[in-house]
Design a protein around this ligand. Sequence first.
Ligand code: PRX
Length: 648
Amino acid sequence: MQKEIYYPNPEFAKDARINSMEQYHQLMDEAKRDYEGYWKKFADEKIEWYKPYSKVLDESNAPFYKWFTDGKLNVSNQCIDRHLEKRGDQTAILFEGDRGDVEHISYKELSERVNRFANLLKEKFGIKKGDRVVLYMPMIPEAAYAMLACARIGAIHSIVFGGFSAEALKDRIIDAEAKLVITADGAYRKGKPYLLKPVVDQALSDGVDSVEAVLVVQRNREEINWVEGRDHNYNELIESFSTKCEPEMMDSEDPLFLLYTSGSTGKPKGVQHSTAGYILWAQMTMEWVFDLREGDVFWCTADIGWITGHTYIVYGPLAAGTTTVMFEGVVTYPDAGRAWKMIEQHGITQFYTAPTAIRLLHKMGADEPKKYDLSKVRVLGTVGEPIDPPAWKWYYEVVGRGKASIVDTWWQTETGGHMISPLPGATPIKPGSATFPLPGIMAEVIECDGSPTPVGEKGFLCITKPWPSMIRTIWGDPERFKKSYFGDCKKYGKPVYFSGDGAMVDEEGYITITGRTDDVINVSGHRIGTAEIESAIKKIDRVAVSAVVGKPHNIKGEGIFAYIVLKDANDDKEAIKEEINAVLKQEIGAIALCDEIVFVPDVPKTRSGKIMRRLLRSIAKGEPITQDTSTLEDPTVVDEIQKIVKEG
Ligand code: PRX
C-alpha cells in the first residue's frame, strides 16, 4: 500500500493551473535562483496595491521578517471590492444552516453587509485601526462579515473557537486587551438551538477591564441575558448604517488578525499574522492546491475558530474570487449522507476536511457516497493530522470515484497557509505522505545543527527561508516567539523556523509527517498542549500529580490519556474522574476531555524531577519499553504502571 503511487487524472491535469512536475520544478528553481524576484512576480500579479512596496523581504531584524515593506493595501478590498465589477452577482458565500436553510450571498451583497458592519464598528463603538476585537461566533455569515469589517477598518480580530469555555475565552480576551466582543445569541447544532452568549457573559463577569461593549447577532432568538449599556443588538442596529465605508490604507505589515493556539506551556500563544504576506499566500495556495477554476464551489468544513477556517473559508476563497460554502452544522447530522447530499445539491467542486471526519463518515456509511452524484468534485483535501492509508483509499475510491485528486495539506496556524501538499494536476501521490513543499517554500527535514536527516529517518521539519504568510510574532511576547520557533541552527545564516513536527523524507524526496516533537497532542486535528491540560487538572486539590500524553485513537487520530497520582490513594476514583473532566470542560472546553484516566502510585521521573513522557506514551500504547529506565528516580514504578494500564 505504502509503495502504491497514484497519478493525477490526465483529463483533469490537462487544464490544471500547475499541470506537470516539470512546471513544479521550474517554479521551485525560479524561487531558488531569485527568491525575492519570485515573490515579487506574484505580489505584483495578485495583489491590488494602493501604494507599491519598496522592498520584497527585509531580513535585517530576523526572525522578525518583514515582507513588501511600505506597501499599502486592504484585505477587504482584495476579497470584495476588486471583484465587484466582474463578479457582483456571483455567489460569494453559500451558507447552509444546520436545519438545511440555504442562503446565497453575492459579492455585491457581501460588500454592502461588510461595509455596513464596518461603519457600525467605527461609528457606534469607536473601533479604530489597531484595536482588538474578539469574535466568539457560530458558523454563520455574520462571522465572515465581522472578520472582513475588521479588516476594512484595520481592527485586529481574534476569533475564539465557539467550543472553548468561558475561562479560555476570558484568558484570550485579557491577553489581546480586546475592546469589543462580537458574539451571537447562539446557533443550531444537530437540529437543536444552543447558546453562546451566556459563555461571553460568564467570561466577562469578573476581571476583564478592556471590553467596552458586546455586539450580539441574533441567530436563534432564544432567551438570553442582556447587560444594559454593554450589550447591543446587531440586527436592530445594522440597517441604519451606510453601505459605503472607505477601506483603511493598511501597511503590508500591519497585523490582520491574532489566533490563539496551544504551545508546550500552559499559556496559549497569540499567533500574529500580517496583511500583505498573509493574503498573498492565502490566495495563491487557494488557486494552486485546489486548482481553482471559474464557476467552482468550494467547501471547507472547518470552523472559523481555527486557522483552516480563516484561510480556506474566508480569506483565501474570497481573495481568489470563488464561491465559498459556509456550513453551520456537523457533517454527520442528520445522517452519514449529509456531506454527500450537500456536495450534490450545491455542485461542490472541491471538498476540504479533516481525517477525523473522513474516518467517521467512512465508519458511519462506507457506501453512502455512492448514493449521490459527486461527479463535479475534482479535488478532495485533508488537513490537520496525518491521514492513514485506509482512510485515504476510501476517500479516493469511494468519494472521489478514483478521479478526483487528493491533497493532503500540511501546515499550521503559524504558517498561515499550506506549506507541503500535492498539486492536484501534477504530483504523483503516495498515500500517507503530504508529498513536496509548495513552490517557493523551502521545507527541509534536518537535525538540530541544520544537517539533513538521512533518508528514511525521523528529523525536525523546518522551513529554512522566511515565507510571506509566516507568523510575525506572538502577541505581546516577542521573546517567546523567538524561543518557540527559531532554534540556534547557524547553518543557514539566518534563524530557521522549527515547526514542532517531526518528518521523514524517502529516497524520492516525499515528506511524511510523523507527528509533534513537543508536548502537544493533536485531537481530531486540533492542537492541545499537555501543559494546558495538566494546569487545569492541577486545580483539583485531591490530585498530587498529573501527566498527560496522546494515545492513538481510531477516529480522532489521537486521544488524551491522563496518569493521575492522588494525594490519598483511597479517594473515590470515579468521583475524581468526573471532576477531572468537569474541570477540563470548564477551563478549556469539551475538546480537552480525557479519553482515559488511570490512577497510578507515581509517574516515572528522572533524578532531576522531569516526568518521562516518552515512557508514559509507550506505556499508554501498550508498547514494550525499549528506553533505558535505570536513570529513573524509581525504576520499579514503570512495571507497576504498566500493570495498571494493562489491567485497565
Ligand atoms: O502536527 C501538525 C498537524 O497539525 C499541526 C498544526 O495544527 P494547527 O496549528 O491547529 O493547524 C491545523 C490546520 C492547519 C501541525 O503542526 N498537521 C496539520 N496538517 C497535517 C498535520 N499532520 C499531518 N499531516 C497533515 N496534513
